[in-house]
Ligand binder design. Structure first.
Ligand code: 5RP
Length: 233
């Protein structure tokens, strides 16, 4: 039997929670359709009596968490997060990531930086040999001067498109715009990140490099594999 994407996301998200979330932990809640199932499972653990302190990476995830009976605090209310479970848009063979198609990359990166073990959950459609071959790279920018920021982004070798929603520019939880930058593959993500980060007006980029402690992947048969375990062999 071949599973559909939603079933794969549910299996891998629940597996990540079961494997990595322990009673008493501070837990980061990711954003997106895969992280959704992780938040639901964390809600079940809380209902079973787990004492978890959670930090959300978006307003959307915070609202869902509260509906699930999860206690949510701000990132500055905790010293660190023991684990965060989040999704990704692309995962390369070294667990380097593109994130942000859900629009939450800024808070996701801040939460990831405060996290000891960042766990990424994805179905196998997110696997790529080279970053930037399937998904665009989202870059969050200040609204002030955003067209100049766009031209500077395009000088890095991409086509940058302002993200729209309901006929208007999409505005992030941080009050910024996003440019989705299409590359024909990113040869050196570390170099590209260093070039993007010095462009005036750039707030954050969707490259999550050396961030994941583990990436759990679900295949169409429902088997979950750990990239950390594979890479450590
Ligand atoms: C949101 C993200 C998401 O984690 C990413 O877009 C994956 O989402 P999904 O699980 O819905 O495919 O980075 O900013």
């Amino acid at each position: 039997m071949t599973l559909d994407a939603a079933a794969m996301k549910k299996i891998v998200a629940e597996e990540a929670v079961n494997r990595y979330v322990k009673d008493g932990m501070n837990v980061g809640l990711g954003t997106g359709s895969t992280a959704y199932y992780a938040i639901k499972r964390i809600g079940e653990l809380v209902a079973e009596g787990y004492n978890l302190t959670c930090v959300a990476t978006s307003v959307q995830s915070e609202d869902l968490a509260k509906e699930c009976g999860i206690k949510v605090v701000g990132v500055d209310d905790v010293d660190k997060l023991d684990v965060t479970i989040d999704g990704a848009d692309e995962v390369d063979p070294k667990m380097q990531l593109i994130k942000g198609l859900g629009g939450a990359l800024l808070r996701e990166k801040i939460v990831a930086a405060a996290t000891v073990n960042e766990i990424i959950v994805a179905d196998d459609s997110k696997l790529v040999e080279k970053l930037g071959t399937k998904a665009p790279l989202p870059v969050e920018v200040l609204i002030f001067g955003h067209e100049h920021t766009k031209y500077a982004l395009e000088r890095q070798g991409c086509k940058a498109e302002l993200r729209m929603k309901d006929g208007k520019p999409f505005v992030t939880d941080g009050g910024n715009y996003i440019y989705d930058c299409r590359f024909e593959g990113i040869d050196n993500p570390f170099f590209l990140e260093s070039r993007i980060d010095v462009i005036p007006g750039v707030v954050e980029n969707g490259l999550f490099l050396n961030t994941a402690f583990d990436v759990l992947i679900c295949d169409r048969d429902g088997n979950v594999s750990s990239m950390n375990e594979k890479l450590s062999r």
